[in-house]
Ligand binder design. Structure first.
Ligand SMILES: *Cc1c(COP(=O)(O)O)cnc(C)c1O
Length: 447
């Protein structure tokens, strides 16, 4: 949608809302629809090709408004998470469909998804331990629980453990910044020997620093064998799995208990929209279910009727699946794949430009839209280069540390980015590096 159409549609939208408010007394206060009414009205999966705004919008009055006052909000979310799950080819157990044991939910952020997974895993293990050793109190068990994540994991994983009041240990990643099975096994063995109970492992697909991938095919079977909940944080990288050529990066998801990625990061959906799936909805509902009288409804939870309040921390929720519905239909799977592929092509373009300049080095394999690079030289030199780039305010880079090295991160993000922007960015960086090296060598001589 270009700017002209956006203006036009935006104005139509305001008219629609104003009409709705003006005529609200003609509408019922409570819908007639039966649970599960929505699924038969929408397609089983996302369209391959784009649909027009008009066509999507027509469905609002037809499909959404009859289920106002919430069934529509819940049911569209369940179906959209099935669409999205199918787009990344999740194993069937993660889908809700009509009578599935799993299903998806939209959380506000990857941090929340990790926290929810950790809390559910915590409840599950406490109940298991108590059934074997009824003499132990919950507090005693909590004191022995340990969660794990890569030393490259996002800080939100450590925060989840902090909020969940359990210990967390980082598992050393290998020289490609990935956690492999043997590294996890070593820590598990040590901790079990010390009387601790490992219960949760958060695997990362696409780490924030350098977009490395933990080895799910080794870690998954180990977690299953050791009765450890495996959660997968693919906050950024997950969107790429809609392209068949990148789907192999998700192999091993079949061993996971929960999986999460953020369509708001890389799938053109506005903030916030963090998609989370579980294999067993009963693990979440079992962990968080409370039913005061004012929240008792007529219908029991099933594949047809999901009660998302048991899947999240807040009670009330927004209608976030609407934006997924619009984006998936208006781009089509093909349009979204093109968006991802273009970004990855452009990151490789940048990588090649870096590699052609002998002053620079690439610091981690370029898999998706992120390029980690630096000037060959000291950390101080690279810190100075970053400062001059960010001070110029033409492009903005966020750095990271990879082991002891200070590294610059070039991330392709914008919806409208083109090859010319990449060339511009590189020429700019290259010029600033030339300027910096002149003064740097000069100062170095004088010392
Ligand atoms: C961005 C990111 C997060 C944090 O995401 P929020 O949705 O802001 O909580 C967590 N993990 C990884 C790997 C990320 O890239």
């Amino acid at each position: 949608m270009d700017a002209a159409e956006f203006r036009k549609r935006g104005k139509e939208m305001v008219d629609y809302v104003a009409d709705y408010l003006e005529k609200i007394e003609k509408r019922q206060v409570f819908p007639d629809v039966e649970p599960g009414y929505l699924r038969p009205l929408v397609a089983d999966s996302a369209p391959q090709d784009p649909e027009s705004f008009e066509d999507v919008f027509k469905d609002i009055e037809k499909i959404i408004m009859p289920g106002a006052a919430s069934p529509a909000c819940t049911e569209l979310e369940t179906v959209m998470l099935d669409w999205l799950g199918k787009m990344v080819n999740l194993p069937k157990e993660f889908l809700a469909e009509k009578d599935g044991q799993g299903g998806g939910v939209i959380q506000g952020s990857a941090s929340e998804a990790t926290l929810i997974a950790l809390l559910a895993a915590r409840t599950k293990i406490i109940r298991q331990v108590q059934s074997e050793k009824p003499e132990l109190t919950e507090a005693e068990i909590m004191g022995t629980l340990v969660a794990y994540a890569s030393d490259q994991a996002h800080s939100s994983v450590e925060r989840a453990a902090l909020i969940g009041a359990v210990k967390i240990k980082s598992v050393p990643s290998d020289d490609t910044f990935s956690v492999c099975g043997s590294a996890l096994k070593k820590v598990l063995d040590e901790d079990k020997a010390a009387g601790l109970i490992p219960f949760f492992f958060c695997a990362t697909l696409g780490t924030t620093s350098c977009c490395s991938f933990d080895k799910l095919l080794e870690l998954g079977p180990l977690c299953n064998k050791e009765n450890i909940w495996m959660h997968i944080d693919a906050a950024y990288a997950g969107s790429a799995f809609i392209c068949p050529e990148f789907r192999h990066l998700l192999n091993g998801v079949e061993f996971a208990d929960s999986f999460n990625f953020n369509p708001h990061k890389w799938l053109l959906v506005n903030f916030d929209c963090s998609a989370m799936w579980v294999k067993k909805r009963s693990d979440l509902i079992g962990a968080f279910k409370l039913e005061p009288l004012y929240l008792q409804h007529h219908h029991q939870e099933s594949g047809l009727v999901t009660d998302y309040r048991h899947w999240q921390i807040p009670l009330g929720r927004r209608f976030r699946s609407l934006k997924l519905w619009f984006v998936l239909r208006m781009y089509g799977v093909r349009g979204l794949q093109e968006h991802i592929r273009k970004h990855i092509r452009l990151s490789h373009q940048f990588e090649h430009l870096v590699l052609q300049d002998e002053r620079f080095e690439i610091c981690a394999e370029v898999v998706l839209g992120l390029v980690c690079f630096r000037l060959k030289g000291s950390n101080e030199l690279n810190e100075a280069l970053l400062k001059s780039i960010n001070d110029a305010k033409k492009i903005h880079l966020v750095p990271c540390h990879l082991r002891e090295k200070f590294v610059l991160r070039f991330a392709v993000c914008s919806r409208t980015v083109e090859s010319t922007h990449i060339k511009f960015a590189w020429q700019h960086i290259s010029q600033l590096a030339t300027d910096l090296l002149k003064t740097w060598e000069h100062n170095h001589h004088q010392q």
